[in-house]
Write a protein that binds this ligand. Sequence first.
Ligand code: SF4
Length: 251
Amino acid sequence: MSGLKGLIHSIEAFGTVDGPGVRMVLFLAGCPMKCLFCHNPEIAAGDEGQFYTPQQVLDRYNKNKFFYQAGGLTFSGGEPLLQGEFVSQCVRLLKENKVHVAMDTSLCCGEQWVEGLIPGVDLWMVSIKAATAEMHQKLTGQSNAAIIMNNIISLNRSQVKMLIRYVIIPGYTDDEKELSKLAEFIKTLPFVPPLELLAYHTMGVHKWRNLDLIYCLAGVPDATEQDVERAREILRVNGISDFVLCYRNQG
Ligand code: SF4
């Protein structure tokens, strides 16, 4: 194995919301998207962190291995696949050591990383930020057409275990147009994955201020439980039935 290192912003030793069981969560620095609602802008900025080799990641995991028996390790960020080579090497080593691996990703990355990781990742948690091209561009500064949706389709075709995550943002991602388009896309997937609905919240806004950044969604209220339920109803009418509900925002 090479001496390749990855820039990790921070590590959560005992995470419970990013995959099954108790997990070590690696927040990899950097992200190609610029989501207006990002609640980890300091991680997405990608200029802070510590360099780790894959072996150091495994060593860190092994320190608390006992606690992860029903869990494992999750790559999150930022966008973990921005450091695709490092993540691929880590996953290879983790699988040799029988670690359950989850990937929390927007799939805004080169398709080669996705394909190469299929054998080693046990659970893909894929965020769709917006369903229509216009809303995606507005919310993330990136198109969803060419890279992201194609990556989701090719991953899904490979029959991996997948969960789609979608944040309900009042006035942005919760209307009939966005939700019916989301339903339409999900239904075209060969192996329809469950959909996790997350509620937008403003708990990360202070981080934008700390970074001297303007928070463009100022004034947008937190999504309530009713907002999430309303969105679920629209999706249900549009043919989606497999939901995971969660009244928090993964960012
Ligand atoms: S919300 Fe996620 S994908 Fe969007 S900028 Fe933040 S880290 Fe990147």
